[in-house]
Write a protein that binds this ligand. Structure first.
Ligand code: IPM
Ligand code: MN
Length: 348
């Protein structure tokens, strides 16, 4: 039987609740489709920070590097550790160190879920650049606390980085409805975003079968609300993709439905799978977090591991549950009830 090694980082808050749910479903999929997941749990979190002064050990990245995949629940407990510390100590370094430059986020309305829009029939795949751009980490502060204080944070766009994420987007579009929308703000940002547009035009020559549209981020925000059904694959920089995917989550009924995968496409390092939502401290441990985003993210992990049939079955089980009215509205069902309904559908 094929066995995959999985590093589990439940993290903080509801990350713990939904990781447990996602893993129950992933193990059940393994039992049905003939593979197993050997999990190793890492207690890296804000609690870990409070005890050890760091989110993960010095050699944390090295410890993760040999796994087939990483599953992460959520990171952050802002009452005790500032988000800028916790995220820069765990989630963001993993994305960068493991060259997980493609963050994939599907925005589809599940059956039975009533989104806030009139438009119900959309199927958008957002490809977010995940390692550079506005999240480069290049910058600094001087004259702190004085009237002369300066804060600089520089976006970094490399040809290699822009080209690879755009190629990834073109490939995804080619495998779907062959429409790629590149999102920039090149009317205002005349260096980085004009550069991004140029690279998009260069690469388009290699993908004559893909129809490319250039849209500015502000117009895209409106389009996702007014005409989401017109969109297929969207490719955007790190911060733009971050913002658009919260909007994507909103139009699919809420953050509890938004799945995501941080992919290292050449597979030289493990990829990481995590729901888009955060740690939601206010509802942590109460058995009310919606596990659907987390379970869907686990399905994306199975697909990446090569278990496409299992991934499809998990998504179908989610759809069966929501079509039956389970987990479709905030607070309608417990974490446990939603997980059980999905397990039942998966085993049927
Ligand atoms: C996300 C999150 C993170 C991001 C935060 C927690 C740093 O919002 O994955 O979308 O901005 O990438
Ligand atoms: Mn985000």
């Amino acid at each position: 039987m094929t066995s995959y090694s999985l590093a589990l980082i439940p993290g903080d808050g509801i990350g713990v609740d939904v990781t447990e749910a996602a893993l129950r479903v992933a193990h059940a999929a393994g039992a049905r489709f003939g593979f197993s997941l050997e999990t190793t749990t890492f207690p890296w979190s804000c609690d870990h920070y409070l005890t050890h002064g760091m989110m993960m050990p010095e050699d944390g990245i090295a410890q993760l590097s040999g796994f087939d995949a990483i599953y992460l629940g959520a990171v952050g407990w802002p009452d005790s550790v500032p988000d800028s510390v916790s995220l820069h100590g765990l989630l963001l370094p993993i994305r960068k160190a493991f060259r997980q430059y493609a963050n994939i986020r599907p925005h589809i309305l599940l059956p039975g879920v009533e989104g806030p829009l009139k438009s119900q029939g959309f199927d958008i795949l957002c490809i977010r650049e995940n390692t550079e751009g506005e999240y480069s980490g290049a910058g600094g502060r001087v004259h702190q606390g004085t009237p002369d204080e300066v804060a600089v944070e520089t976006s970094v766009f490399t040809r290699a980085g822009v080209e690879r994420i755009l190629r990834f987007g073109f490939e995804q579009a080619r495998a779907r409805r062959k429409k790629l929308t590149s999102v920039t703000k090149s009317n205002a940002q005349k260096y980085s975003m004009v550069f991004w547009d140029e690279v998009t035009r260069e690469l388009a020559a290699d993908y004559p079968d893909v129809e490319v549209t250039h849209t500015h981020i502000d117009a895209m925000a409106a389009k996702m609300v007014m005409a989401p059904e017109s969109l297929d694959v969207i490719v955007a920089s790190n911060l733009f993709g971050d913002i658009l995917t919260d909007l994507g989550a909103a139009i699919q009924g809420g953050l509890g439905f938004a799945a995501s995968a941080n992919i290292c496409p050449d597979r030289s390092f493990p990829s990481m799978f995590e729901p888009v939502h955060g740690s939601a401290p206010d509802i942590a441990g109460k058995n009310i977090a919606n596990p659907i985003a987390a379970i869907w993210s686990a399905a994306m992990m199975l697909e990446h591991l090569g278990e496409a049939a299992a991934a499809r079955a998990v998504l179908a089980a989610i759809e069966t549950a929501t079509a039956g009215g389970i987990g479709t509205r905030p607070g309608s069902h417990s974490t446990e009830a939603i997980t059980t309904a999905i397990l039942t559908a998966l085993e049927a």
